[in-house]
Ligand binder design. Structure first.
Ligand SMILES: [Zn+2]
Length: 531
């Protein structure tokens, strides 16, 4: 037998969670073609994997890499972490569809998150063609975001949709699903998704069900009403018959005791009734958030630009300060030492600083510094980013150990070089897989290596319908990651987030070497995955 690539003598972790077995893995073209004792085979290229783990390419089922992919087609930080496939377009946010009503806003977003790239598409099909045309380093599966679809029909106003507008959204969603979107995401805690009422969400869920695709949901809240917001989306998807993935389903600071356990029991009992629901978690105790999501909806009734302007009015500002008890409660509670400024358009000189330091620098109270920064964002107010400590290690441990919870990054692809490196404000863009395999598996022993790998290979592949990935099996796509379980280490930190991990030596995407001996090859063998 002659193969293109033969990986000899590794410990094969096949993605199912089964204990590793010693085996050789053969690749021909873009497929895995043989697994077992291949001592009689030869290959154009051989890799000695003695002592190393050979696993399916990792899958990040909750990524925002669509923000930066067009400025990082090589997907450098994705591949250097062993990730070969990402599901993007999460939390209601996607860069298509585009109409005259949301074009200015999305064009500004695109040029901010993908430096040097101009928005030049309208339909989902045009968008995916733009992605494909220049080549990409990893595989990406795109979801259509509710915020994009809603603003394509309604513009920027934060209010419930009329029946005509809902019908318009249904048409846009159906078109996106026909043109290659693998699913539909909502961000019910953000502007403008939080204005959607049940009738609108049910109508969207029914379209998703008609195409048998997946709905991913960023819950309305994970504070006092955490349980109710999970019940809401489970109920909608149950009625519509839609497959559901609840995104980053951790409880936040401020959630009542037992709230998270209640949401997991609700998913279990829904599964007992036949609802295909599961969830995922990020792999750090600190998360990324959107600053404007703490602001009251009434501030946005005339759109984001006016909302920003209104923050200059002292009377309105005082009213806002008394009405911040939502989303990240650390803001309302004044826990400024665990909140840092993320990406903004107009305050990048304060990027990465804690709000305690920012308040000092600006000689303002922290809450006024926070609102000043938002005011300065103008029409882009809804996109201003922050990060903060949103969960404890004990909670993270129970999340990653729970059988219904997959593990994801909630970050975006970047590079250690070039303009994107300066925009990274969370180590998850560079280190999330190594954080799990090095820290949580090897050091803390929270879960078995094979179980951790399953949670970012076969488990999300099955859930998101990525049918020929996530397992090492003859006939499946040759996405393979080789790493050293004894040395894999996340080197990215909040202080220096743009650092690649140690211990991941080889990564293959569709049979082509993307990382060799720990170095990027600059091949662009990734593809856009469609349903
Ligand atoms: Zn989210």
């Amino acid at each position: 037998m002659t193969l293109d690539v033969l990986i000899r003598g590794g410990r094969v972790v096949d993605g199912t969670g089964s204990p590793w077995v010693r085996a050789d893995v053969g690749i021909t073209g873009d497929r895995i073609t043989a697994i077992g004792n291949l001592s009689g085979a030869s290959a154009t290229r051989e890799i000695d994997a003695t002592g190393l783990i050979v696993a399916p390419g990792f899958i990040d089922c909750h990524s925002h890499s669509d923000w930066s992919l067009l400025a990082n087609r090589g997907a450098d930080s994705t591949l250097m972490q062993g990730v070969t496939t990402e599901v993007v377009g999460n939390c209601g946010m996607s860069y298509a569809p585009v109409t005259h009503l949301n074009e200015a806003r999305l064009a500004a977003d695109v040029s901010r998150t993908s430096p040097g790239v101009q928005l030049a598409w309208h339909s989902f099909a045009d968008y995916l063609e733009t992605v494909r045309s220049g080549g990409i380093g990893a595989n990406f599966a795109f979801q259509a975001g509710h915020a994009a679809i809603r603003s394509a029909v309604m513009g920027s106003g934060e209010r419930p949709a009329t029946p005509d507008e809902i019908a318009g959204m249904e048409r846009h969603l159906a078109q996106a699903l026909e043109e290659g979107a693998i699913g539909f995401s909502t961000g019910l805690e953000f502007v403008p998704g939080r204005a959607a009422l049940r009738d609108e969400l049910l109508a969207m869920a029914k379209v998703v069900a008609r195409y048998d695709r997946i709905h991913t949901c960023h819950q309305r809240t994970r504070n006092e009403e955490f349980g109710a917001s999970v019940d809401e989306i489970v109920g909608i998807c149950e009625e519509a018959g839609t497959r559901l993935q609840i995104s980053h389903n951790n409880k936040r600071r401020g959630a009542p005791d037992g709230a998270w356990e209640g949401t997991m029991e609700a998913q279990d009992s829904a599964r007992g009734r036949g609802v295909d629901v599961a969830c995922d978690t990020t792999s750090y105790i600190a998360g990324l958030g959107l600053m404007a999501a703490v602001l009251p909806p009434w501030l946005f009734d005339a759109g984001p630009a006016i909302a920003a302007e209104r923050l200059a009015d002292p009377t309105i500002r005082e009213r806002v300060k008394g009405d911040l008890n939502r989303y990240w409660l650390m803001v309302a509670r004044g826990e400024w030492d665990i909140l840092w400024l993320g990406r903004t358009s107009n305050s990048m000189h304060l990027f990465g600083k804690s709000f305690v330091d920012i308040a000092d620098t600006m000689r303002r109270q922290p809450i006024d510094a926070y609102l000043d920064i938002l005011q300065a964002e103008g029409a882009g107010i809804a996109d201003a980013g922050m990060f903060g400590e949103v969960k404890t290690h004990d909670h993270l441990r129970e999340l990653v150990q729970h059988p219904l919870v997959a593990i994801e990054a909630d970050a975006w692809t970047a590079s250690a070089d070039g303009p994107l490196a300066a925009m990274v404000n969370h180590p998850a863009s560079f280190g999330w897989t190594a954080r799990v395999l090095g820290d949580y598996v090897r050091e803390r022993r929270w879960l078995r290596l094979e179980e951790a790998v399953r949670k970012f290979t076969a488990m999300p592949a099955a859930k998101f319908g990525l049918r020929d990935r996530g397992l090492l099996r003859p006939g499946l796509a040759a996405d393979v990651t080789i790493f050293d379980a004894a040395t894999i280490t996340d080197r990215a930190s909040f202080e220096t987030p743009a650092v690649y991990p140690d211990g991941i030596s080889h990564v293959f995407v569709n049979g082509v070497a993307a990382v060799t001996n720990g170095r990027l090859t600059s091949s662009r063998s990734g593809s856009v995955l469609t349903a």
